[in-house]
Design a protein around this ligand. Structure first.
Ligand code: GDG
Length: 483
């Protein structure tokens, strides 16, 4: 088997039992644990301008070779906090109002991508399969090509790809689309994302787009190469989580949670603290539930776990303050001496503990305003007791809504609708819960994280004819212009 080399902004080695928040890190780790390979990227450390860059440090653990390097203060400020998280992230999540367009940060973004390419290219062997992850590293493929790398290089985007109109607001929009055309394979979570990307390719004249015979991929013909664009809906390690949740049902943390609820129903939310996750709207919807259906007062508790992320970016500091205030108001207004409606926790828990919490919760509440996929939705389903499962209430704007069709699908902006569906979920009979859970767990067993990785790697290996796994995907209605 050829060597798999994975590159992501942040490399996060995780030792068993230690908590890790963030979908990309969770997914890459699951993927590499099975196949082995190299994981290249930033080690999370910052060095000062005058310090000499020591280059990548190599460590090995559990079949995985970690090649990590520190970044300089200015690089981090411009590339990571700046262009990646204050320009691209909001834009990719349809938040033009929050996007900051600044040429200096774009230069920093290009500089760090070039630096990654400088450090990585000497490590590559001819037959390596190179897999670049996420919006931080869009230009890495073209930087590697400029350094003579002829390996097969794939790119996967973990966020949504926005409409072409939205994307064009970015001054560097055409340049970044052309940069994506330096890859052999470009993967997205959903057909909508792929279609929007293809539209951008057409509008910018970066290539000619055609639908491939498998019905789920696009062929993008550019003067330099033929690029495949395809849908790979990311998934979870379903079997592992099912076992973990079964075991965790008896753990001391789950017992403590259960005891603290004294028979009340639990609604759970688990999200990185991020404005894309729709947390203020979710808090409002929970309040609406208590108002519209007052019988839930003193009977239902809402546990929201929200580990802070990207706390150097102003918008993340603001949302944190906003949520603290909201939780304070709602609790101040409704709490009783023996009941607090919202348990709002800004910290992370181990995966086993989370699995036990998911299993104990009657409702999984996942209401992002936009989300590439949302792994929490899938994890919640996998952790349920199949004989007495809880109900998933899921935003229509999460990629997961395309697959999790047994969920109650809601519009996260519609507070009343979310409240009604929470009420419905809390009172749903066993038969309906069983039926809804069965369809979703079957999909998660069929298409798990291993399958996702194997499909991507096979498509990357197989050249443009690679259509591995295509039969397990729903066929896509591509717009006529690509047919
Ligand atoms: C990006 C995209 C896409 C959260 N809190 C804790 C914890 N987590 C874990 C969850 C889950 C992961 O972090 C979060 O993944 P999501 O998919 O929900 O969201 P993002 O972090 O925004 O991920 C997203 C994903 O990449 C993969 O492509 O689905 O759309 O935005 O696994 O369980 N884990 C632990 N403790 C916590 O407190 N252990």
């Amino acid at each position: 088997m050829d060597r798999l080399v994975i590159i992501s902004n942040r490399v996060a080695p995780v030792t068993e039992g230690k908590s890790q928040a963030g979908g990309l890190a969770v997914a890459i780790l699951e993927a590499l644990r099975r196949q082995g390979g190299i994981w290249f990227g930033w080690n999370g450390e910052m060095i000062e301008e005058e310090q000499t860059d020591p280059g990548p440090t190599i460590t090995e653990s559990e079949q995985i070779t970690y090649a990590t390097m520190p970044l300089k203060r200015r690089d981090l400020e411009e590339y990571y906090n700046g262009y990646a998280n204050a320009t691209l992230w909001p834009l990719l999540h349809y938040r033009l109002d929050l996007a900051n367009f600044d040429n200096a940060t774009y230069e920093g973004y290009r500089r760090v991508n070039a630096l990654f390419a400088d450090r990585l290219s000497p490590m590559l062997r001819d037959k390596d399969l190179v897999w670049v992850h996420d919006y931080h590293l869009i230009p890495l493929g073209s930087e590697l090509r400029q350094r003579g790398c002829r390996q097969r290089i794939g790119f996967f985007l973990h966020t949504p790809w926005p409409s072409s109109e939205m994307w064009q607001a970015l001054p560097a929009h055409a340049e970044l689309v052309r940069a994506l055309c330096a890859y052999d394979l470009v993967g997205f979570h959903t057909a909508d994302d792929l279609n929007c990307f293809a539209q951008c390719v057409t509008n910018t004249g970066a290539g000619a787009v055609e639908v491939m015979e498998d019905g789920v991929s696009l062929r993008i013909v550019t003067p330099e190469r033929v690029v495949t664009g395809r849908v790979f809906p990311i998934s979870i390690d379903t079997a592992h989580l099912e076992t973990l949740a079964r075991q965790a049902a008896r753990s001391s943390h789950t017992r403590r949670l259960r005891d603290s609820l004294v028979g009340r129903s639990l609604i759970i939310g688990v999200d990185r603290l991020d404005y894309s996750k729709g947390l203020p709207q979710r808090f409002n919807a929970f309040q609406e539930l208590l108002e519209r259906y007052p019988q839930n007062q003193s009977r239902v508790s809402f546990l929201q776990i929200a580990p802070p992320s990207r706390s150097d970016v102003t918008e993340y500091q603001q949302i944190r303050r906003e949520l603290e205030t909201m939780a304070g108001h709602i609790n101040g207004h409704y709490a009783e001496f023996d009941w607090v409606p919202i348990r709002y926790l800004n910290k992370s828990f181990g995966r086993r503990t989370l699995a036990g919490f998911y299993r104990h919760a009657r409702v999984g509440l996942v209401t992002p305003l936009r989300d590439g996929m949302n792994l929490v939705a899938k994890e919640y389903v996998a952790c349920q007791n199949p004989e007495d499962p809880g109900v998933l209430v899921l935003s229509r704007f999460a990629g997961a809504a395309r697959e999790m069709d047994g969920a109650l699908i809601v519009n996260p902006y519609d507070t009343a609708e979310v409240a009604e569906n929470l009420q419905r979920a809390l009172h749903m009979g066993l038969e309906e819960r069983l039926e809804r859970h069965a369809t979703m767990i079957a999909q998660l067993r069929r298409y798990d994280i291993t399958r996702w990785r194997e499909d991507f790697v096979a498509a990357l290996e197989g050249g443009n004819a690679g259509n591995a796994g295509a039969e397990s995907l729903p066929s896509i209605d591509f717009p006529r212009q690509f047919a």
